[in-house]
Design a binder for this molecule. Structure first.
Ligand code: FMN
Length: 306
């Protein structure tokens, strides 16, 4: 789309808009109908072995977004390769495969399998998973564990753009971002959901079967803007590492905020539940903004506010 073309690592994208991992499940209808406005599609996180996910209920609405505790339900990498990859081929947009695991070796094995597939253009590491080897602390919460993970995946993910998706549930997201870059990340995705909880006051029980979940949607948007700004100004700009900003984007204005804070691309997740046409609305709104502000390309705006 005119003015919206951009570049993420070695990927050339026709718009900076990406589908957020997991929100679209393994159902590609919304992706297909949004194709003209999408730069790339990100798959649900896949693990080495199949996962049943968490007990129901897995979703709870909040006043400014939603909580989810899906628990990485997925069919495992073997079924993903046999059944999902052929469908991804028909999407006609670059595909970013998200992988997750409870041990570094699980990530490495998934990355090794995917790195041989030409249908997969980039690999995103979902590091908001408990590391069983380190007593359950999330990979994305410990700088040295994260660096080690990225180094080991980088070695096998030959020729693929490697994206590390950061969790906001840390004290210093810039320190974690730096660890990912030291490990060899080509891009960062900022942010995953914020840890949260809701209680049903009538039943006096947690609203989610898993008790705790991840908050997404409009309520987390300012947290995402801050996280993008912090990563961009601390380490991404000087290392030339592009950022995919996401969290609570529902309109062109929110997407532009993330870009002005330093993001190269923008992911959209939860907003799609309310507005299936959100990619069209945001892409067209961005083009109108470029015209109004006399800018030729969206790339001129990256980090302009900071
Ligand atoms: C139902 C649901 C499932 C999700 N599944 C994943 C997942 O499998 N992997 C992942 O990295 N992020 C997952 N996320 C997080 C989103 O990709 C995104 O980082 C987050 O929702 C913030 O963006 P949003 O406010 O636009 O939804 C999920 C979010 C939701 C709401």
């Amino acid at each position: 789309m005119e003015g919206l073309e951009t570049q993420l690592g070695s990927l050339r994208l026709k718009t900076p808009l990406l589908s957020a991992s997991g929100v679209y499940g393994l159902d590609y209808e919304t992706i297909i109908s949004s194709r003209p406005y999408l730069g790339a599609a990100v798959t649900k996180s896949v693990t080495l072995h199949p996962r049943q996910g968490n007990p129901e209920p897995r979703i709870a609405e909040t006043r400014a977004g939603m909580l989810n505790a899906i628990g990485l339900q997925n069919p495992g990498i073997a079924v993903f390769v046999a059944e999902e990859i052929p469908k991804l081929r028909t999407l006609e947009v670059p595909v970013i495969a998200s992988i997750a695991g409870e041990e570094i070796d699980e990530y490495v094995q998934c990355a090794e399998i995917l790195s041989t597939r030409e249908e997969i253009h980039a690999i995103e590491l979902n590091v908001s998973c408990p590391n069983v080897e380190k007593g359950g602390i999330e990979f994305g919460c410990d700088e040295s564990v994260l660096e080690d993970l990225v180094v080991r995946v980088r070695k096998v993910a030959l020729g693929k753009t490697l994206i590390v998706k950061l969790t906001p549930n840390v004290t210093d997201i810039a320190a974690i971002a730096q660890a990912a870059i030291r490990g060899g990340a080509n891009a960062l995705c900022v942010i995953n959901t914020l840890r949260g909880m809701a209680i049903d006051v009538e039943t006096q029980k947690p609203a989610l079967g898993n008790r705790i979940g991840g908050l997404s949607g409009i309520g987390i948007h300012p947290v995402a803007v801050y996280a993008v700004y912090k990563c961009y100004t601390t380490c991404c700009k000087k290392n030339n590492i592009p950022i995919i900003g996401l969290g609570g984007v529902t309109s062109a204005a929110e997407a532009l905020e993330l870009i002005l804070a330093g993001a190269t691309c923008v992911g959209i997740g939860t907003a799609m539940f309310r507005e299936p046409n959100v990619f069209e609305t945001v892409a067209k709104g961005m083009q109108q903004y470029l015209q109004k502000h006399g800018a030729k390309s969206i790339r001129e705006l990256i980090g302009k506010a900071v």
